[in-house]
Design a protein around this ligand. Structure first.
Ligand SMILES: [Zn+2]
Length: 247
């Protein structure tokens, strides 16, 4: 029997349907989902169908700062009186969301300007990020590799974001977005640094933790999607990234 319950919480990005995971024995929810009312209803109803209720949640674990994963973290933490946990590389991007968002928008505007994107299109692209999906600030606990939260291990798996982590129980690795079935955003030519981080993550997984199943946070068109060998998908992603670089 699984040590977790998967809850489909809606589509936050073109990458597919997001999944939240409840680990009832630990009072934990991993990646609560996008910041919409429909996702909140799906999450709340899904938790209530498990052996614990929303009030039984003590810890909200988030694999990375993107709003389709962290978007409901504060709402759930408020309702459950729970704490929020991210890796130290991403924690400030949720804890000080508004300031981080302003910095990100300025950076993106500058890059788009250098690429010669017309101002009208630049503004439309940047406006897509409004209104802000998270509170201006919120208390977040920052972690590093090897920390444990209610018995669940923090495994630093950067690449998709700098502070991306996976979470490990005895049986399962909860992957977040570090590995997606057809592509993994920010790996490839997005930035050199993100690709180098991804290669380290990929090497680390080759042959490691073979008895654990791996659960990604997103799911494509409603199909259940579980890898028994994440190292194989790492190889596929690395091969396709190399091809992109050489064409
Ligand atoms: Zn993401």
């Amino acid at each position: 029997m699984s040590d977790f319950v998967r809850i489909p919480v809606g589509r936050g990005t073109p990458e597919g349907v997001n999944s939240a995971y409840v680990v009832p024995d630990s009072g934990v929810v991993i990646d609560p989902g996008p910041p919409t009312d429909s996702s909140w209803s799906a999450l709340r109803d899904g938790i209530e169908r498990t052996e614990i209720s929303v009030q039984g949640i003590d810890h909200v674990l988030v694999t990375h700062w993107h709003a389709d994963h962290a978007g409901l973290a504060c709402r759930l933490a408020d309702r459950a009186n729970a704490s929020i946990h991210l890796h130290e590389g991403d924690a400030h991007l949720v804890g000080d969301y508004t300031e981080a968002r302003q910095r990100r928008l300025r950076r993106d505007a500058s890059i788009l300007g250098r690429w010669g994107v017309p101002e009208r299109i630049r503004e439309a692209l940047l406006d897509r990020d409004a209104p802000s999906p998270l509170p201006d600030t919120y208390p977040v606990q920052a972690h590093e590799e090897g920390d444990r939260i209610a018995g669940i291990e923090v495994v630093h798996t950067p690449g998709h974001t700098k502070g991306h982590v996976s979470f490990a129980t005895a049986e399962t690795l909860f992957l977040g977005d570090v590995l997606l079935p057809t592509y993994t955003p920010n790996v490839g030519e997005a930035t050199r640094a993100s690709t180098i981080r991804w290669r380290r993550t990929s090497r680390r997984w080759s042959g490691s933790r073979p008895s654990q199943r791996a659960e990604p946070a997103s799911q494509v068109t409603g199909r259940r999607w579980t890898w028994t060998r994440p190292s194989k998908q790492c190889e596929n992603t690395t091969t396709s990234e190399r091809k992109t670089r050489t064409t």
